[in-house]
Design a protein around this ligand. Sequence first.
Ligand code: FAD
Ligand code: SF4
Length: 467
Amino acid sequence: MANMEQIPRQPMPEQAPEVRRHNFEEVPLGLSPELAIKEASRCLQCKKPNCVAGCPVEVDIPGFIAQLEKGDFAAAIRIIWEKNALPAVCGRVCPQELQCEGKCILAKKGEAVAIGNLERFAADYERLNGSGEAPICSGCTKKKVAVVGSGPAGLTVAGDMIMKGHEVTLFEAFHKTGGVLIYGIPEFRLPKEIVASEVAGLEKMGVKIEINSVVGRTITIDELFNDYGFDAIFLGVGAGLPRFLDVPGENLIGIFSANEYLTRSNLMKAYLFPEYDTPIIKGKHVVTLGAGNVAMDAARTALRLGAETSTIVYRRSREEVPAREAEIHHAEEEGVQFKFLTAPTRFIGDEKGRLTSMESIQMELGEPDDSGRRRPVEKKGSEFIMECDLAIIAVGSNANPLLTQTTKGLDLNKWGYIVTQENTGKTTKNAVWAGGDIVTGAATVILAMGAGRQAADSMHEYLSLGW
Ligand code: FAD
Ligand code: SF4
């Protein structure tokens, strides 16, 4: 086995920044088989692998990497599938640097094995060259499971429950499945065909999909139990209600929530206007408020839609930026500008109600707040004006109340998120489980999947033993 000092971490080939800032194609191009085998050979095959402990769904990481190193790509993906139904997605968007790669033994002295890139390689290779066969489900239990919401939490529950032999129907409010993976994360980071192909895999295994079904409005949870005979229901409806800044002028034309801006661009394909009939304002000078992954996605989308300048405005400093390092790096390379320690105080418009500029104030960091981060404090008299014709608000999201308020017996916390039992996802309503962002608030793909896995185990126990 090669050792890490002989072989450096293999870099992921990428589109050049000056090319990609003008297109919506994926930025990282994927490893070739040769690069994947070379990278796999860096793994030390630890007896007690820290990387697995760092993975919320406990993929057998050394196991699949060993198969890649041998060149048996089909065996590698089958090992991943045992624990993860969405590897092509996770290989692209999971914060590996905080999870498996952050725990990899090699990270202590040098660079971690590129576990995410290898997972992506195994999934892509199977999609493009594999046999297309779906994993085999166990026998049919005749129990009916409804999954509400087709984001990563719902997709994981659907995959796990069909594998355990139950009948699964997935209800989705939108006309496409995938949740944030399809309407939030842009094409250049997660091509939609990849999500579609992972969902098609679930359909092949027998999952029934009902799109355009807004549960809580077109049909209630109690009707699903009483009229349609479902035995257990999982709620994975996400936290898609945008938060706003609450500063004067926020209703001007040219101000979008990141949610609406990205949904128009991704799901409704506004970037292909007029081929697709979704209009979007293509700002010349775009400001994005906030600095999480959502903000990076919005600012980078604005550049691709033709903005001359795209600036992230954040009230804390560079150290506190919550987005993944790779996303910040990609945004910087593409020409996104950053204004740290700056907070908007009002938006200014013309006589037609169109945004023309934003007044902001400079901040400095004070004492730590409840989150442990230093609290930004305004510097008196430091207001200044920035010219902008498009502002995108990306300062977080809240629970959407539609389903939770029409479902009796479901306890919510003070922020409107569903209260569940730790480790099982069981809600206070009989035979109903929940997981993902609707329980935790906005989090990550893999945490939503981890919650889905725990809920599926608990639902299966309930359906098999009948508590
Ligand atoms: P969601 O993905 O929100 O899916 C919920 C689904 O439920 C949606 O399809 C919705 O339409 C549907 N739904 C809602 N109400 C109903 C109803 N009443 N009836 C039927 N269906 C309903 N995480 C990462 O790990 N890495 C990243 O790089 C990353 N980037 C992100 C970028 C953006 C722009 C956004 C918005 C989020 C990002 N995240 C990222 C966060 C991650 O996508 C979410 O944490 C994750 O998708 C949550 O999964 P979920 O299954 O709980 O909900
Ligand atoms: Fe391989 Fe790193 Fe996991 Fe060890 S910790 S098995 S070196 S990926």
